[in-house]
Write a protein that binds this ligand. Structure first.
Ligand code: ATP
Ligand code: MG
Length: 264
């Protein structure tokens, strides 16, 4: 089982779209795939037709019980309309976790422990993160084998990337782990100067961890989210779907730069 987290502290950069698109492609290839929604807004949970306001049980419950066992973890997971794709949904109640748990020790590994019970059941797990630092983000980073950082190709997003990398390094130090990561330029529009120049900025400053292609702007993503289907199950031949397919091939083959993950 390989665990991928998709994170960036900046909102609206394509995190949920990236997680759903990569998971959709894995399911299409017949891989047993789980998506984990760790965003209190529950965008991914809604995407697959569940209501984050009322869903129970949810990720929230993982933070409430002392001992998480396999049966408990599996009881939270729901099937989606896609055969090989399951979801561990978010409820909006997870927004209260930071206040509730404070500095309670051990909470940074709650999701790692829950997911560890599923290693025989799934080939790929994709975790969708909230756009802010807190107990959920810490859990998502601690749980993953590889972090994907979508970065919108516009100027303001460059500052967001810097913040995200600072957070990443802080968590690496605190937990004595080394997290492999790939920066993925998103919403690229070659007709705009902002897109062209910010892609160049990424190439000049982050070449070592930058995916060597980009996800183009494609209105079909909005349409596919309205339909509640990953782009691969909605319009497989669009530019956006082809780009995510290329990204999946590259990250599976380790073509994007990887630091070796070392867990201590
Ligand atoms: N490549 C793209 N081209 C066009 N639209 C896109 C693209 N990627 C994502 N979108 C659209 O942009 C919006 C924001 O995307 P998404 O929800 O994936 O971002 P996010 O980073 O998860 O946001 P949040 O921080 O709020 O969770 C959505 O409406 C989505 O359909
Ligand atoms: Mg999102």
């Amino acid at each position: 089982m390989k665990v991928w987290s998709v994170a960036n502290q900046k909102g609206g950069v394509g995190k949920t779209t990236t997680a759903v698109s990569l998971a959709g492609l894995c399911e299409l290839h017949g891989a047993r795939t789980l998506v984990v929604d760790m965003d209190p807004h529950g965008s991914m949970t809604s995407y697959f037709g569940f209501d984050p306001e009322s869903i129970q049980p949810s990720l929230y419950d993982i933070f409430q019980v002392g001992e998480i066992d396999t049966r408990f973890t599996k009881s939270i997971i729901r099937h989606t309309k896609l055969k090989n794709l399951h979801i561990l949904p978010a409820s909006t109640a997870i927004a209260t976790l930071d206040k509730q748990l404070g500095a309670k020790s051990g909470m940074g590994l709650a999701v790692v422990k829950a997911i560890s019970h599923l290693s025989d059941d799934y080939d790929h797990v994709f975790i969708d993160c909230p756009p802010m630092l807190g107990v959920l983000m810490v859990n998502a980073l601690a749980a993953c084998d590889h972090l994907i950082i979508p970065v919108q190709t516009e100027f303001l997003a460059m500052k967001g990337l810097e913040r995200m990398l600072n957070t990443l390094h802080m968590i690496e130090r605190a937990k004595s782990i080394d997290i492999a990561y790939t920066i993925v330029p998103t919403m690229y529009d070659k007709r705009t100067r902002a897109s062209v120049e910010s892609l160049q900025y990424l190439r000049d400053n982050y070449a070592e961890h930058l995916w060597n292609s980009m996800i183009p702007i494609d209105t079909r993503f909005r349409e596919s989210s309205r339909e509640g289907k990953p782009i691969s199950h909605f319009r497989v031949s669009t530019r956006g779907a082809r780009a995510y397919s290329l990204l999946l091939d590259d990250i599976l083959q380790g073509k994007t730069v990887e630091k070796k993950a070392v867990r201590v």
